[in-house]
Design a binder for this molecule. Sequence first.
Ligand code: URA
Length: 228
Amino acid sequence: MLEGRAAALANLAHEIESCRACPLGSFRAHSVPGEGNANAELLFVGEAPGASEDAVGRPFVGPAGRLLDLLLGLTGHAREDVFVLNVIKCRPPENRDPAPEEIAACASFLERQLALLSPVIVAPLGRHALRAFAPDAKISAVHGNPLPGGVGLPLGATLFPLYHPAAALHNGALRPTLERDMGALVRELPAARARWASARGEAGEARLLRKEPSAEQAQLRLFEGEAE
Ligand code: URA
């Protein structure tokens, strides 16, 4: 049986499954609430499910998802270490951009997921997801760096925008940028953890100490082991 945060996220996923707050609820094959490690420090936020995601009810399972996994792998992380979700939970027909009223209808789900997950870094993927946290920012100007002043972030979280992996599939020239930015995001983790813990006081410090060793720490340990 799931406990605590994972159970609360699963309950929220059930609510999303039966949501009819906007017309997308009638077009979908499946809602796509998001999935991953309930204790993840890294949260990736996409725009909306596509056809592959709608077919199975899971986020980033198509070509963009495969590239996301590959990018994570380059930094020693796996999908199981992180949490992945979308701003809106149902596929817009023909993959059109989500309408403002669809984003508004889904906003409280995103808000509640963010509050439950309380990640250290929130990484919006692409301009539509970025808009949910920094309405005036341009992805081409802010990708690959922590962006101060985000809205709607959980306490102490760092906003770290990335290009959407689908953008790098359409335009191969963005691929090295995305690889570099993913590396920068992981290198930002120690500083982001410090900001997160200091915003949360003693409870934050305690949660950081309780966390499983992160992938990069585990990798470091592996290399240390080899050197011995
Ligand atoms: N693109 C997104 O933004 N989200 C998905 O889940 C898949 C592709």
